[in-house]
Design a protein around this ligand. Structure first.
Ligand code: C5P
Length: 235
């Protein structure tokens, strides 16, 4: 996939194909960029990806691979054949694992999905990172380091908080994608997310793609919430 335009990716965090299709059916002729995560993929498998691809959605397959390089290479080859637009890994899997992931993604015709790496989950606070992961550096430094490692391994970008998007661009270049979950409307609760920003603030901070789940999927009017996100993010 070529570098995407700024956009809102809707996290389709549902437990079944029926729920996901009911939800997307509300969008009529619109085809939002969607994210399929572990819940939906584990429930419905590759057919779910094929079904949404056939409907014309661009797809970020958010399975956050993190395993030994050989396993990741071989698994990525399977995912790449599904013709998704973006895949991801955990940067914590090391540069060698990220290079293996890239190798696995290349299709017979030479094309491949974009590959991005999770730096630190947006639900992880700096305190938790210190106490649970024994990473004792400040969060921005950790995110910058993981982003540089991902860039040097040849990846296309990272998943980080909107709060870190500017930093990522400064250290890795404007063309290196900052894909940012942790997006909340000003009046909404954060839930389990910690490092959050509004869509408008994410734009100011330089996010390339925002990933929005519950503020859209749990809204009384999901389509209105999606349109509001797009309006606030694209300005
Ligand atoms: O509902 P909410 O807007 O918090 O959804 C955010 C989505 O982004 C979830 O599907 C979550 O798995 C994903 N995500 C995240 N933080 C990351 C990577 C992915 O929240 N670092």
């Amino acid at each position: 996939m070529s570098m995407p335009r700024k956009d809102v990716i809707v996290a389709c965090d549902f437990g079944s194909r029926a729920e996901a299709l009911d939800f997307l059916g509300m969008f009529g002729e619109d085809r939002p960029f969607v994210k399929i995560g572990m819940e939906l993929f584990y429930a419905e498998g590759p057919d779910m990806v094929r079904a949404l691809k056939a409907r014309g959605h661009r797809i970020f397959l958010d399975l956050k691979l993190h395993d030994i390089p050989n396993t990741v290479r071989r698994s990525m080859a399977v995912l790449s054949a599904l013709d998704v637009d973006i895949c991801n890994v955990h940067a914590a899997g090391t540069a060698e694992m990220m290079r293996a992931a890239l190798e696995g993604l290349v299709r017979p015709d030479g094309s491949r999905p974009l590959l991005i790496a999770v730096t630190q989950l947006t639900s992880t606070s700096e305190e938790r990172m210190h106490s649970d992961l024994l990473i004792d550096r400040p969060m921005p430094e950790v995110v910058r380091h993981y982003a540089r490692t991902a860039r040097d391994a040849g990846l296309d970008g990272v998943v980080c908080s909107p709060l870190e998007a500017g930093d990522v661009h400064r250290c890795c270049g404007q063309g290196f994608l900052a894909v940012t979950p942790g997006v909340r409307f000003a009046e909404g609760g954060a839930g389990d997310q910690v490092r959050v920003a509004t869509p408008a603030r994410a734009r100011e901070l330089g996010s390339d793609l925002i990933v929005v789940g519950r503020p859209i999927t749990r809204a009384a009017d999901p389509v209105a919430a999606w349109k509001r996100c797009v309006r606030e993010f694209l300005g």
